[in-house]
Structures are given as C-alpha cells and as structure tokens.
Write a protein that binds this ligand. Sequence first.
Ligand code: GGG
Length: 356
Amino acid sequence: MNKQIILLPGDGVGKEIMESAKLVLNVIASEYGHNFTFHQHAIGGDAIDHYGTPLPEDTINACQHADAVLLGAVGGGKWDSLPGHMRPEKGLLGIRKKLGLFANLRPVKGFAPLLHASPLKEEIVKNSDILIIRELTGGLYFGQPSERRENGNAVVDTLYYHRSEMERIIDKAFQSARLRNKQLTSVDKANVLESSRMWREIVNEKSKDYPDVTVEHLLVDAAAMKLITRPNHFDVIVTENLFGDILSDEASVLTGSLGMLPSASVRSDGVGLYEPVHGSAPDIAGKGIANPLGMILSAAMMLKYSFGMEEEAEEIEEAVQESLEQGYHTPDLQIKGGKQVGTKELTEIVVDNLTT
Ligand code: GGG
C-alpha cells in the first residue's frame, strides 16, 4: 500500500521520538512491501519560531490531504509569555478542530514487565485494560470568550457544547464498548454543571439504542479515585474534553509512565491524527532519554485504525512487549533487574525485535 503520512514533530522531545516512529515504520514498510512517504511540517512553538503562528496554513493543507498524521508534542517554557491565542498548544487544538477529530481514543493497558513500575500495588494494576474516550473539539478548551478582564484581575473561560457534539462522542463510546466488554462508564460533574446534566440525559437516551451495553454514571471526583484504586472496574470510559485530558494522564500511573501511552484522534471517516498522550517534556528535551514507546505505539494505532494494517500494528506491539521483557527501559520507568537505555538505543532494540 502507498500512504502519505504527515509528520508534525513539534517541540521538545517531540522531535526525538518522531525519529523513533519513522524508523519503526520504515522497517514495517520494507517487511510488508508498503510505501510510506513522510512529509514533515511545523506546529506549535516550532511553527511560531519559523512562521509566526502555531498552526501555519501550509500545515493545515498538508494534513487535510494526507492519509494520516503523526504528531510528537507541543509546548515549552520558551513560549509561556505569549498571549493565549499564540501559545504552542493552540496549534494542537487548532489542527484537531480543523480536521474535525472529535474522538480521542486513549487505550490504557499495562505491559506485564512494567507491573512493578507503577507506584500502585501489583494486585491493583494487574489486568487493567481501559479505553478512555475523550471528547476533543468542544468544551472549555474551545469555548469563547476565553479572556482576561478588568485589567487582568478577572478571567472568563466558556464551557459550550452543542447537543450534536455530545451525541456523536457518546455514540462512538457505545460502539466501542460493544467491541469490547460492553461496560460503559460515563464521567461527568452532574451535581454541579448544567453541561454535565445534558451529557447525562443524552447518555441515558442513547443507552436505549445499545441495550447490550451496561452503563453507569460516575462523578469525575469518584472516577479519579476509582481509576487508581480499582482500575479493573473499568472497560470503556467516556467523558468531555477537560475531564478526559486529566483522567487519561492520571491513568498513565497504571502503566508505569506517561511516556507509555499512545492515542488516536479520529472522526467518523477520513484522516486521523496519532500522538503520544505526553507533552513536550522540556526538562528532558535534547538529552536523548525520552521514552519513545508512546510514540511508537501511536504509530501502531495509525496502522490499525487509518490503514487497516492489523498484523503490522500487532507486530509493533509485540516488539515493544519483547523489548520490555528483555529489561530495556528509559529512565522514566523502572524494571527490576532491567537495563536503562536512551531513546535511540531503545528504538534500535524495538527495531531488532521487529526484524528477528
Ligand atoms: N502529545 C500531546 C501533547 O503535545 N500535549 C500537550 C498539550 O497541549 N496537551 C493538551 C491536550 O492534549 O489537549
């Protein structure tokens, strides 16, 4: 298969881990006779530095015409003093919105060699396998106005959702639950927020169309606690943008490191965007020690979801598993008796495991 893939390395460790994804994809391409063509474009702080905007038109056009998009990470202290609309994160939010990627799928599944890597007890973490579905193009991250007022002494952010935006993500969650263990947890703050009360109503209405799926409602505070005390309770979690961002980062504790988590941002059809859950990690950028596995696993998700290459994706996941079983890990992880290596070394080990 011929595929055009846009690479948006972005900022900080994004550039280092993108090289890892490229290497792994090239090996898969040559093993399976595919032709992946990569086109690199700017986003985030990198784009601000070179083009004066976090999301250049050229990047948007390229993504709109691609088969899939791989993104590293955006952000960093260097751009902290810029006004809100010029921050690197606006590039990431903007490309999700421009491509209509309303559903962010964040699988949280621990790899066996990392059971000890979590600060949580092994019996709590063991066998946890959760799919967090986060609404991605609405809510507080996009509502207007969002601004300082009264000479900077007051502030407003707006939480806006249209019913149709809630319906489509809730439908997606029910459909995903059907393909898994048919348990759906809807997370909201319905005791306080009007938006959450509408969300809950829609979940209840939709549940009539999916009688085979068991639904429960959890307030976000309870969900946050349960996620790390009884993760095995969950199968699919669906929630709005802000809650989903926070809960999925929290869930990374189950896997041992935020560096392990991949994600897919999709719509009903068309181009998808794949990125690790973590940010640009400016504290370790350029040191060659960033964990490339979340990025590599995001590339595997791209193969599976955008290109239907299930076997190729599985091969990557198995190579990651094998590398961890051999004890190799970056400094963000601990493996008993393991060997600490850098980004490039760990990538080469994954590549070796792909080819043997
Ligand atoms: N690879 C994810 C990333 O760069 N995250 C930084 C960020 O801006 N996160 C906010 C979000 O994901 O909505």
